[in-house]
Design a protein around this ligand. Structure first.
Ligand SMILES: [Zn+2]
Length: 211
């Protein structure tokens, strides 16, 4: 695997994706710019966001300040529109961001070795990233993996927060099915530990999900 997790406050993950020219950082956790730069296994070339919630974009402005123009910021278009005040906010925290994305992400776009997979539901613009080298899946908040794999479309007491702020539960479950169909070899979620060979666990999660 070419991806290394970074966990903040024991509950939220960012990921370092190794590329030939350096590192793509997927999500930023919160108040962690200095720690992320120190932990990165190379120069951070770009920051790609799964969605606009505060626990994922929470170090973006500080990272941009420290890394300057050399870093490219990529955000799903619809969540960028919410941050820009062009669309109504959905549930969860949407902190004010000074950083404007350089690139708006859409289904099928490439970010280095990663392929962008539209996976709306948790937020309207939510995307996942599939590493085309080994099918590792950066699933953002479509799934959580504390205790076991769960879809964020329904309340799960071990980690209730993700479901509480999910915008459209049916679309979230549809996205969970679409991500499962990608046959990921590793599941890397926004919250919870890495799950290898996740097919059976994801199937069980989808079976338990509402819908
Ligand atoms: Zn979220």
């Amino acid at each position: 695997m070419n991806i290394t997790p970074f966990t903040r406050f024991r509950f939220v993950n960012a990921y370092f994706v190794q590329e030939e020219d350096g590192v793509t950082l997927v999500d930023t956790t919160m108040n962690a710019a200095e720690k992320l730069i120190a932990a990165a296994p190379g120069t951070i070339r770009r920051i790609a966001l799964t969605h606009g919630h505060g626990d994922h974009v929470g170090s973006l402005d500080e990272l941009k300040k420290r890394l300057g123009e050399s870093v490219e910021v990529l955000m799903p278009e619809i969540d960028a529109q919410i941050h820009a005040g062009e669309r109504e906010k959905t549930g969860g925290s949407w902190p004010k961001l000074e950083t404007k994305p350089d690139v708006l992400l859409h289904e099928g776009d490439r970010v280095g070795s990663l392929e962008v997979v539209a996976s709306p539901g948790h937020t309207p613009g939510h995307v996942a990233f599939l590493d085309t080298r080994d099918r590792a899946l950066l699933a953002g908040d479509v799934f959580t993996t504390f205790g076991r794999v769960e879809v964020t479309d329904h309340f799960y007491p071990r980690f209730p927060f993700a479901a509480m702020v999910t915008w459209d539960k049916e679309r979230d479950l549809e996205s969970a099915r679409a991500l499962r169909a990608l046959e990921p070899t590793v599941l890397l979620a926004g919250h919870g530990p890495v799950v290898r060979d996740p097919a059976a666990a994801i199937d069980a999660a989808i079976a338990r999900a509402s819908g």
